[in-house]
Design a protein around this ligand. Structure first.
Ligand SMILES: [Zn+2]
Length: 597
């Protein structure tokens, strides 16, 4: 049933009635019971000579059950908190489910560790059973970590020590950066006041050049003032990773990322090299943008400058129509699946006090609708965000038939549907727009997005690699980080863009470096893959549609290469990545033709 707010807010009633719903306690209690029974019934029996397919399947089903019991309250608590973080009831529920979840994780940790120890010949024998085979990808993915996994006691001890080690530095970084207060005179205001970092960064899109530079300088200089703590967080996280590589005997620093992302080291290196070979393409765009802005010199604070001061406003209803129509032009099913989010109260639209910033799509579990959160303010970027998040949403809706372990796409595939959704929207807008000025803006926005997800993420990954390698020789000083950062950026910008002096601190606020190792190359992969898929669509027309929908419906049940092969995509083909940049070249030529007209 939908509530009165269903049109612009979430209807969470299919989950619970509210934070005080007694069913939450019941579910959490049965979660604890299930975890205890699970440990009693299966511990020591998976890593055993008597393991049969039946026993493993029974254990997997139990494991699935208990995960679901815990995930519903866990996800519900996250949704409530992101919708409004102020009420104590929301904070308390989140803290409670987190603690419980961590206790339960300790209790059931044995299961995945025992799966790693199953003898390979026996494991292959078990996979011949059709019921066990349904979990094959999950099991194989897990077992890929086997050579680097330590005993249960050591793993538990490491997990506990992480709280005061790695996680403490992540926490310190988070607390420090979210406590930073910036004093700034906002455009149109007479006096200085306190503003947030988000507000300053959003001014990079401001039409006035001086405002953009002043805002970013204020933001970066505040980070420079905190160099001591920020550098210490980076140094310790880098050292922690080096110790992890040593302890687990990973062959190289990126191995754990490759294992979780199901990527081949050679393939990723090739992808980044091809990206670097195409840096001149980005430089060509920067120079064109400089001319469009009428500037003599392009600074890095001009990269996201709008082309016209007056921005077009789009009502949310209009945005809904635009996105759904653009999806419908591709596939009626895609459009219907996306439209269900509006009808069923699964989108929280408006900015509100206490609501989390940005946008996301929470995938929930098979059998439960995903939820989309937006902070819709009516500009064209917000319409793109809607297309992006609904792309994620439809990806989850189409994966509903997968089991819990195969429901989420693997990291590099996770942005496929979202970025593809944005592409459909851009193409739809371009096709229906008459005003060449608006078309130019749309193409620039698309190219800037692509540059941010491919070239910039490659710069980030190269910086991270360089920092990890240098850490092996000892502590890095703040200047060391600044130098590595400036060097990598200079390779991308060439002579086309001048970096403002404080930009040397640009590394210090990027939370990807703090939260995960080498996460950023996944964006490059995702973007280039979508460009390739879109190219296939242009070549094959409607015949491509069912194959694309089938790709999405597979969730994370196979590895990227296996899923992409039926679409004629071979990731090992050295030319594959260049084709992505050929598509970017196509967009750039399209833009030039409009500009020259
Ligand atoms: Zn996304």
């Amino acid at each position: 049933m939908s509530t009165i707010t269903a049109e612009r807010g979430w209807d969470l009633s299919p989950l619970y009635k509210g934070p005080g719903d007694p069913r939450i306690d019941q579910d959490l209690e049965s979660l604890q019971k299930l975890a205890k029974t699970f440990r009693r019934d299966f511990r020591g029996r998976i890593d055993s000579d008597r393991l049969s397919a039946d026993l493993l399947v029974a254990a997997l089903k139990n494991y699935d059950d208990l995960q679901r019991k815990g995930l519903v309250p866990y996800l519900y608590a996250h949704l409530l908190f992101s919708q409004d973080s102020r009420p104590d009831a929301h904070k308390a529920l989140l803290a409670r489910v987190r603690e419980l979840w961590s206790a339960v994780s300790q209790e059931v940790l044995f299961f995945e560790l025992e799966i790693l120890k199953i003898d390979q010949a026996r494991f292959l024998e078990i996979l011949k059973d059709p019921e066990a085979a349904a979990y094959a990808h999950y099991l194989q993915q897990l077992r890929a970590h086997a050579p680097y996994t330590l005993s249960e006691e050591v793993e538990q001890a490491l997990k506990r020590k992480d709280l005061s080690g790695k996680e403490a530095f992540v926490q310190l970084f988070e607390e420090l950066t979210s406590s930073l207060r910036f004093t700034f005179t906002m455009p149109g205001e007479e006096t200085e006041r306190e503003v947030t970092g988000e507000e300053l960064l959003s001014l990079l899109h401001h039409p006035q050049r001086e405002t953009r530079e002043r805002a970013y300088t204020c933001f970066l200089e505040k980070h420079a003032e905190n160099a001591l703590v920020l550098t210490s967080c980076f140094n310790n996280l880098l050292l922690d990773h080096a110790k992890e590589v040593e302890l687990r005997r990973y062959p190289e620093i990126m191995t754990p990322t490759h294992l979780s992302s199901e990527t081949e080291p050679v393939m990723v290196e090739r992808m980044m090299e091809v990206t670097e070979d195409n840096y001149s393409l980005a430089q060509e765009y920067f120079t064109l943008k400089r001319d469009l802005l009428g500037l003599g010199e392009m600074k890095n604070t001009d990269l996201y400058a709008p082309l016209s001061a007056a921005e077009r406003k789009v009502s949310f209803d209009e945005a809904r129509t635009l996105v759904i129509d653009s999806f419908r032009a591709f596939s009626a099913r895609l459009a219907d699946e996306a439209d269900a989010f509006f009808r069923e109260g699964c989108i929280d639209v408006d900015p509100a006090p206490g609501k989390t910033g940005g946008a996301f799509c929470m995938g929930m579990l098979p059998g439960l609708s995903p939820y989309v959160l937006l902070n819709y303010t009516g500009n064209l970027r917000d319409v793109s965000t809607l297309a992006h998040e609904l792309g994620h949403g439809v990806h989850f809706s189409l994966s509903q038939a997968q089991n819990l372990f195969h429901y989420h796409a693997s990291l590099p595939m996770a942005e496929t549907a979202s970025v593809f959704g944005e592409m459909l929207l851009t193409r739809h807008l371009l096709a229906h727009e008459q005003d060449p000025q608006v078309k130019i803006s749309l193409l620039c926005a698309k190219l800037e997005d692509i540059i941010a997800t491919t070239f910039r993420q490659t710069v980030l990954t190269r910086f991270e690699q360089a920092a990890h390698n240098k850490r092996a020789d000892g502590l890095l000083s703040p200047d060391d980080y600044c130098r590595l950062w400036s060097e990598e950026n200079a390779r991308l910008f060439g002579d086309a863009v001048t970096m403002i002096e404080p930009y040397r601190w640009g590394w210090s606020y990027i939370s990807h470096f703090i939260h995960a190792r080498f996460y950023c190359y996944s964006y490059v992969f995702g973007e280039l893959l979508v460009l390739a898929l879109y190219q296939k669509y242009l070549e094959e027309g409607d015949a491509f549609v069912p194959r694309y929908m089938d790709l999405l419906s597979q969730g994370g049940s196979r590895n990227p290469q296996e899923m992409l092969a039926p679409l004629g995509i071979n990731l090992a083909d050295p030319d594959f990545w260049q084709k992505g940049y050929d598509a970017v070249r196509g967009l750039l030529e399209e833009l030039k033709a409009l500009v020259n007209r």
